[in-house]
Write a protein that binds this ligand. Structure first.
Ligand SMILES: [Zn+2]
Length: 237
């Protein structure tokens, strides 16, 4: 349509052309963005994920003066919840405060506070119809130099791939002290859905303990865990 620009200066033509160009790019990007958001929503939408902050209440988990594992676990779990929700996942926390869960166990045959607490965490998966279970802990060792993250996976199908996807992201934040391996933990053995237990670092290592107490580092770990879960779905769906 050259006649439209008749009599218009060169600079003006350039401006009009640029406007059309920007309009064309914008009209192209908006639907692409919409399609991408729908694809991501399609992959996360309808998926329910149980995030389990290990221990709680009277059960402090591992501890060192002024540092309680249960608090670190909860801080990371809350951050994972927020990140995954922002990606459209339905997230259920086994606890969102400093509480123990034995009172929530529905199975009267399970005896003992500790076992009832763990059973309640497994029950949370069935009750919520969850597709995925991720339990968050911090580690302890008699060797003060030992540090690094560990990922354990359940026997249930998909668990290993989930652990590897999460580990791939976590290694970008901190060293992995050992490759993901099968874990002999109650919450993993009983899981019917892909399940992973993460030991986010050693509170017995002075440097790692300081990191684990740092909200910015907790957020980094949460972002890595969430990204691993997202990647797991991108690949496996
Ligand atoms: Zn623990």
């Amino acid at each position: 349509m050259p006649h439209m620009f008749y009599g218009v200066s060169g600079m003006k033509i350039w401006c009009i052309s640029r406007r059309y160009c920007l309009l064309a790019i914008f009209s192209f990007l908006v639907p692409i963005g919409f399609i991408l958001s729908q694809l991501i929503a399609g992959q996360s939408g309808g998926k329910t994920i149980v995030i389990d902050a290990g221990h709680g209440g009277v059960d402090t988990g591992a501890n060192r003066p002024g540092v309680l594992e249960k608090d670190i676990n909860l801080a990371i779990a809350l951050a994972v919840r927020d990140i995954l929700r922002s990606h459209g996942f339905n997230v259920v926390l086994t606890r969102d405060a400093d509480t123990e869960l034995s009172g929530s166990c529905d199975n009267d045959k399970v005896r003992g506070r500790y076992r009832r607490d763990l059973s309640a965490r497994v029950e949370a998966v069935a009750k919520s119809g969850a597709d995925l279970f991720v339990s968050i802990h911090a580690n302890v060792s008699s060797a003060a130099t030992r540090r690094g993250i560990e990922c354990y996976f359940a026997p249930s199908g998909g668990s290993k791939n989930l652990a590897l996807a999460i580990e791939e992201q976590l290694v970008l934040v901190a060293p992995i002290s050992q490759r993901a391996k099968a874990g002999n933990f109650f919450v993993l053995r009983r899981s019917q859905v892909p399940a992973v237990l993460i030991e986010a670092g050693f509170i017995t290592n002075q440097e790692e303990r300081a990191l684990l107490e740092n909200p910015k580092y907790q957020r980094k770990l949460a972002e890595a865990i969430s990204k691993g879960i997202l990647k797991y779905y991108m690949v496996d769906l």
